[in-house]
Design a protein around this ligand. Structure first.
Ligand code: FMN
Length: 191
């Protein structure tokens, strides 16, 4: 099979869309972020990569932020949070806000799952900064749980693909992790 080069600006991996909450100039602010990942098991840590944004200033200032997972019915509001800056608009008015133990990590009541994070470390790159935060607590509602854990079909998050800039919902379950490779493992020869 012949491969063709498509340059270095293609990231066709589904990226989960989140809303990052921070506080700046005495008010809550939310920003759309696709560059987000879990990065450490203990303590539980998440990282976000964000540019020189109003949000970044708030996180540097207060060392706290939140990660809110919106469901597909919040697509338009999520997109809006990526179209305008808190420097020019009071974006806090768009949501019902609540707080956990961190007073500078505003969370969105409309989002099925939210996490409050304390900044552990920041890594400045050429354009963006990677903020690594310890997840102090995560919040949800009974209706999003199945057998006590968040159920992705009930939470209904969505992803972004780049560079075509489209949103995608989660599809069907296609397998089981740490399980579907077990049969192949049996056939492996140990070194
Ligand atoms: C779909 C989408 C994904 C985005 N992902 C990121 C991201 O991962 N990192 C980033 O720095 N900006 C990202 N942005 C841009 C910011 O959300 C946007 O610049 C926002 O206005 C910043 O808000 P603030 O100035 O209030 O902090 C994204 C925007 C959209 C629409």
């Amino acid at each position: 099979m012949e491969k063709i080069s498509i340059g270095n600006n293609v990231f066709l991996l589904p990226m989960p869309m989140v809303l990052v909450g921070s506080r700046k100039e005495g008010r809550a602010n939310f920003m759309a972020v696709a560059w987000v990942s879990r990065v450490n098991a203990s303590p539980n840590a998440m990282c976000i990569a964000i540019g020189n944004k109003f949000t970044a200033e708030g996180i540097f200032e207060n060392k706290e932020f939140s990660i809110n997972i919106p469901s597909v019915d919040l697509i338009a509001k999520t997109d809006l949070m990526g179209l305008v800056s808190g420097r020019e608009y009071d974006k806090s008015k768009e949501f019902d806000i609540f707080y956990g133990s961190l007073k500078n990590a505003p969370m969105i009541r409309e989002c099925p799952v939210t996490m409050e994070c304390r900044l552990i470390e920041s890594v400045r790159l050429e354009v963006d900064t990677i903020f690594i935060g310890e997840v102090r607590n995560a919040w949800t509602e009974e209706k999003y749980l199945t057998n006590g854990t968040p159920d992705i079909t009930k939470v209904s998050p969505f992803c972004l693909s780049m560079p075509d800039n489209r949103y995608w919902s989660i599809g069907e379950q296609v397998g089981k992790a740490w399980h579907d490779g077990l049969e192949l493992k049996e056939k492996l020869e140990k070194i």
